[in-house]
Structure formats: structure tokens, C-alpha cells
Design a protein around this ligand. Structure first.
Ligand code: GLU
Length: 337
């Protein structure tokens, strides 16, 4: 009797797709005008039939927002859904569709609160679906392809855009409209997708094995970002103090610096128990302790390699985890791996 050998038939992996909105789910209004997040999750996936050939997809539409409206409640929802997916043995990976404007913040948040073995990948689009050279479909194909790869297990949360793979800590949006807007200025990308194959150039400088507890409720503790500039006074800082900020992140000039008056006001903030983190508006590099500014004396924290928006997320997570000790907070910023 003829014996059938099934060993070469590969079962399609099951991937959870969490949709949140963004340009990838946008619809055109007229000319170059469009609205982000108009399309329902199921419609978005159905509009790209190739996706079904790569994996069996389970779709979970969580929101339909432009990522400028991303907020703590939606972040919590995404994280809880991923925690459930982690426990589901039938699921091999998770892809999140998201607007590109704040994608790096969501990716970094998830990286810090989820302990995951399965790949977690965010993707989106720079151009809405019916624009010439729209990039959403190919980005989604790349993200789902990456989510099916067992070599992506134990990797940190990743962003895939324009065939390029980045880790959550180091990635940032660098250009308003260019397809290669995502970059990792300090480390470079960790890999590429080429011809549907995943190539990792180097291992990321951290894994996804440690995490903080998911904040119990939204909104998370208030942390404001204050942007430094010439002729800076202390008024916005004082305003943040009066509005009840629990933390202030300085998007400082150069190595996390600002005017004498702003620094004096930030010191006043620390005297009232507010955590002050010095980050940089330059877009790359580390902010280190006690170089131009005496952080020990001022009781300031430095952001290390985190840009202001990620420094803000980390401080919120730490405060939500009841971590108030300055030494511990400082260590958390330097925890690259
Ligand atoms: N502002 C929108 C968003 O971030 C559009 C940008 C995009 O998705 O590329 O959702």
C-alpha cells in the first residue's frame, strides 16, 4: 500500500493580530487628505488576501485611533491581551498594527511590562492604503512573517517597517513622511526582511526576560516632558509642579542640559518629591550623570540612552510599580540588558 509521507507539509502558524488604528487603517478623504484608523481591524486584514497564505490569523480589534490619541487605557488593554496570548499554546506570535507617530512608545511600554517568549511585533504605514506606493500591506506581510519565525523567540518587542527590523529600546521615528523614517540612531537595526526571509544582523542589546508589573489602572502616574530651548525660564516647570506631576522629563539641550533658571526650578521640583529625569532633545547618545550638572547634589536622574518620550514611559512604569528610591530608579534607566 502507498504510504503518504506528511513530514514536508508545514502547518501554518497561528498569529494574533491586534489592530489599534493608524495610517495603515486609514481612508482617503480627498487628494492627500486622509483619516487614520477609519478601517475596522477585520476589514484591514481582509483587504490583504496574501496574509492568509503566511499564517492563520486571529484578529482582535482593540481600537481605531490615530496613535497621537494612544493612551494609558488602550496600552493596558493591549498588554492584557498579549498576556492572554502568551498563555495560549495555539498562538505562535503577536502582531500589533499601530499608527507610526507614537509606535515607539507603545513598543517600549510593552517591552517593559511583558515577559514574553513569543515574538511581539508592531507595524504600521506611512502612506494610507490607496495612496501610490502604499506601504501598509508589505509592512504587515513582513511583520507576520517575522512573527512566525522561531528564531525570533526570546527577542525583545520589535518594530518592522520598510523591511527593517528594530528593537523597542533603540527604535525611534526620525522623519515625518519618509518610508525609512524608523531608525535606531545608537545601535542600528537588528535585521532585515529580504524576499520573505528574516535575517538578523546582530542580537539586540537586551532580551525580553525581565519586566515590571503592568500598572493596575489607567491613567498611569502623571509625568510631563518639558522641552528645553534658549531663553528658557522656569514657568512651564512650575506649571507642571502645580498640576500635580509626579515626574518631569527634561528634553534637554545637548547632554540633557538647560538654562540656569530652568535647572534651579527643576531642583525645586525634586525638593517637593517630584522625580526629575534629564534626557536630550538631540535624538541620539547617552545622557550621563555628573558631567556638566551635579546630579547627586540636585537629586536628578539621567535618562541614559532613552529619548524623552521613552524616559517618560519608563518613569511612569516605575512609579506605578511603587519604585521611588532614586538609586533604584537610576539603575532602571541604565538597565540595557
Ligand atoms: N498620526 C497618525 C498615527 O500615528 C498617522 C501616522 C501614521 O500612522 O503613520 O496614527
Amino acid at each position: 500500500m502507498h504510504k503518504t509521507n506528511h513530514s514536508f507539509i508545514q502547518e501554518k502558524k497561528h498569529i494574533l493580530i491586534i489592530t489599534t488604528g493608524g495610517t495603515i487603517a486609514g481612508t482617503t478623504i480627498k487628494n492627500l487628505e486622509y483619516k487614520a484608523g477609519n478601517t475596522k481591524g477585520e476589514e484591514l486584514i481582509a483587504s490583504i488576501p496574501t496574509l492568509k497564505q503566511i499564517a492563520t490569523l486571529k484578529i482582535d480589534p482593540i481600537s481605531q485611533i490615530g496613535s497621537q490619541d494612544m493612551n494609558d487605557a488602550v496600552l493596558l488593554k493591549i498588554a492584557k491581551r498579549i498576556q492572554m496570548a502568551e498563555k495560549d499554546p495555539t498562538l505562535s506570535g503577536i502582531v500589533i498594527t499601530h499608527g507610526t507617530d507614537t509606535m515607539e512608545e507603545t513598543a517600549f511600554f510593552l517591552d517593559k511590562v511583558i515577559t514574553s517568549t513569543k515574538p511581539i511585533i508592531l507595524t504600521g504605514a506611512i502612506r494610507p492604503p490607496n495612496f501610490i506606493s502604499a506601504d501598509g500591506a508589505s509592512n504587515l506581510i513582513s511583520a507576520i512573517t517575522l512573527a512566525t519565525k522561531s528564531k525570533a523567540y526570546h527577542y525583545p518587542v520589535m518594530i518592522v517597517m520598510n523591511d527593517t527590523i528594530f528593537d523597542a529600546r533603540n527604535v525611534q521615528k526620525n522623519n515625518t513622511t519618509n518610508l525609512q523614517t524608523f531608525q535606531a540612531p545608537n545601535t542600528g537595526p537588528i535585521g532585515i526582511i529580504n524576499n520573505n526571509h528574516v535575517y538578523f544582523y546582530h542580537a539586540p542589546n537586551h532580551t525580553n526576560t525581565h519586566s515590571y508589573k503592568l500598572p493596575k489602572k489607567a491613567p498611569f502616574p502623571r509625568v510631563d516632558i518639558i522641552y528645553a530651548h534658549i531663553q528658557m525660564d522656569g514657568k512651564l516647570i512650575r506649571d507642571a509642579i502645580h498640576r500635580g506631576a509626579k515626574g518631569i522629563v527634561l528634553a534637554g539641550v545637548g547632554n540633557g542640559n538647560s538654562s540656569t533658571e530652568a535647572l534651579k526650578t527643576l531642583k525645586e521640583a525634586t525638593q517637593q518629591g517630584i522625580i526629575v529625569v534629564r534626557s536630550s532633545r538631540t535624538g541620539s547618545g547617552f545622557v550621563n550623570r555628573n558631567i556638566e550638572i551635579n546630579d547627586d547634589e540636585n537629586r536628578f536622574i539621567v535618562a541614559a540612552d532613552l529619548n524623552p518620550q521613552k524616559a517618560r514611559i519608563l518613569l511612569q512604569i516605575l512609579l506605578a510599580n511603587q519604585i521611588h528610591d532614586l538609586h533604584q530608579i537610576q539603575q532602571a534607566f541604565y538597565k540595557l540588558n
